[in-house]
Ligand binder design. Structure first.
Ligand SMILES: [NH3+]CCCOc1cc(-c2cn[nH]c2)ccc1C(=O)Nc1ccccc1
Length: 337
């Protein structure tokens, strides 16, 4: 196991749980609390001119506090690497959860998960962000099967707000909107809606609306906007999918309409709201646990926490202890912390 000096005494690295272009994600243990975390390791050389994207992703994750968006605990930068310590989603990828035999979810189960995606994306858009890479690999589950969106490496916050156009082509073609693959100017919010339509179709059908081994055929299918509607789809599901997979982005349903759509609210008392986690809430039990170990006064620990950029080891320890408390577990810290 390659040893990273920067993690020594803080995190024990374990198996690799994901690897992408320029990042590797490893399971790790936060030594002070024994809690599992995911550490996204990026080496600066292979990042090349994508280096600014890491700053964007860190900035986005520090801002985005939502129950269905993976939490960033700590960022460590060395001369050669970035380490992003992120919430571990022990349930793995949602689509692995669907399992091979069933390969699709019922409308009720799909609605439960899809409402959580809509809540996270509505929150994202309300802050002027677009994810731009919504795909099954980026939809995970935590231990209680709560959905978590990950990988904001491509997310954008256009300087003039969510309604200003983007141009960079990014994300995977299979989930990409027609305007994006045509290289047209596009709105991040509109391409996210299209990708969510592909996700919903995959949940309800167990396969993708547009799929082909040849990229030209795949593009042709996406641009045609034509896809199969299997017999088991209800007319309400078909109507919603059609509203999301509109070729013309101006005809596509908006995130606000989506939150109130009859398919989304069926069986629920209320539309999807993007009520999110409050900011950094003070917890005296956690602070006294930390103070018992490190000897500092709880009030001093809290003051430093609030003043910090909230991505240091103290922040990670505080948030992980808070998670333990919210799960009804004992608050313990190993003295070596
Ligand atoms: N497609 C997911 C592979 C990478 O996995 C993660 C990525 C991030 C991440 C990456 N960027 N931002 C957050 C955060 C958490 C995980 C994770 O917990 N994955 C996992 C857990 C159990 C089984 C399998 C996979």
């Amino acid at each position: 196991m390659v040893r990273y000096i920067a993690l020594k005494g803080l995190y024990d690295l374990e198996k690799t749980i994901g690897s992408g272009g320029f990042a590797k994600v490893k399971l790790a243990t936060h030594i002070a609390t024994g809690e599992k975390v995911a550490i996204k390791i990026m080496d600066k050389i292979s990042l090349g001119d994508d280096l600014p994207r890491v700053k964007l992703e860190v900035q986005a994750l520090k801002t985005l506090l939502h129950q269905h968006i993976c939490r960033l605990y700590q960022v460590i930068e060395t001369d050669s690497h970035y380490f992003m310590v992120i919430e571990y989603c022990s349930g793995g990828e949602l689509f692995d959860h669907i399992g091979i035999e069933k390969n699709r979810l019922s409308e009720t189960e799909s609605r439960k998960f899809f409402r959580q995606i809509v809540s996270a994306v509505a929150y994202l858009h309300s802050l002027g962000y677009a994810h731009r890479d919504l795909k099954p690999e980026n939809v995970l589950l935590d231990r209680e099967e709560n959905l978590k969106l990950i990988d904001f490496g491509l997310c954008a916050k256009p300087k003039n707000g969510i309604d200003s156009h983007l141009q960079t082509s990014c994300g995977s073609p299979t989930y990409a909107a027609p305007e994006l693959i045509l290289g047209k100017k596009y709105l991040g919010s509109e391409v996210d809606i299209w990708s969510m339509g592909v996700l919903l179709y995959a949940l309800l059908c167990g396969f993708l609306p547009f799929d082909d081994n040849s990229i030209e055929n795949l593009y042709r299918k996406i641009l045609s906007g034509k896809y199969d509607e299997p017999s088991w789809l209800s007319s309400s599901s078909k109507r919603l999918i059609r509203a999301m997979l509109q070729i013309d982005p101006k005809k596509r349903i908006t995130i606000q309409e989506l939150c109130n759509h009859p398919w989304i609210t069926a069986g629920f008392l209320n539309p999807v709201s993007f009520v999110h986690k409050t900011n950094f809430e003070k917890d005296d039990d956690v602070l006294s646990t930390m103070s018992a170990i490190c000897g500092e006064h709880a009030s001093d620990i809290w003051r430093k926490l609030v003043k910090s950029d909230r991505t240091d080891y103290r922040t990670a320890t505080y948030l992980l202890l808070l998670d333990r408390k919210l799960r009804g577990l004992s608050l313990r810290i190993s003295p070596s912390a």
